[in-house]
Design a protein around this ligand. Sequence first.
Ligand SMILES: N[C@@H](CC=O)C(=O)O
Length: 310
Amino acid sequence: MKIDAVAFHDLTRSVIAVPPLAQTPALTLAKAANATLINYLEQGGVSTLMYGGNANFYNLPVSAYAETLTFLAEAVAPDTWIIPAVGPDFGRMMDQAPVVRDLKFPTAMALPAYAGSYTSAGLARSLRYLSDKIGAPVLMYAKHDRCIAPADLRRLVDDGVVGWVKYAVVRQDPAEDDFLRALIDVVDPRRIISGIGERPVITHFETFGLSSFTSGSVAVAPRLSSALLRALQAGDRAAAHAIRDLFMPLEDCRDAFGPARTLHDAVTLADVADMGPIAPLQSNLNETERAQVAAAARDLANNDVAALAA
Ligand SMILES: N[C@@H](CC=O)C(=O)O
């Protein structure tokens, strides 16, 4: 695992994959299946893995946290970078931070708490504690509109507390986003990661000057998602739109049925690796949902194979 401090080029060298976490029927870590998925991503050109919402870290017992991170750190290639999530609540974050520090992860992402359960000032304070405990700048997850005052974020960045922001506020039209505009007015846009997958990423790059993005569906189609990043970096709009369109049927299913649980089962249904049961409070797809997701996931995986041949 790559452990050196995070630099701007680390964010742009790869799509930031946000994969699911495979579990056994007893809801313990399914090591072989997770290793298979990691290898699939790495072979598809992905060298950054973020274990957070799609891995259902919200519901991972704190007692299983060290074992899970130890396994992940050992399962990846030497130059693969892992961003583990902590939180979402402050108490959980404080219990997890020493594990992140002791295992030498270069940063950690603070999961967003439930909307309305936190304030900008409280969030800022929690990130100061977290950064202090892991001894490095942290990655903030901006999930809710106006979740942080731009002036608070600027202070956190200036003080070396926050290095990066995963921006994931969903908009009807991603080009109409005053909050994102306000954030890039106060911090270098290279610090802000487009954090909602393939759907808004072209707009986030073109309209707001972002230069990195997270993806869940990259776990089904790593070559295509990587090709999308390259097309965006090359300014090849036609290619970027054509590639993004291939992701939309699965992204539509994720929006309809729940992004994390749909991705979890999509990876299984696409025959990438058996993710097994998803831990409560999530639940696996029902039969009707599975039929729709299987078709979308297999099509996307087949298109990924075609991308390899092209
Ligand atoms: N929400 C995005 C990126 C991950 O956080 C996705 O799942 O595609």
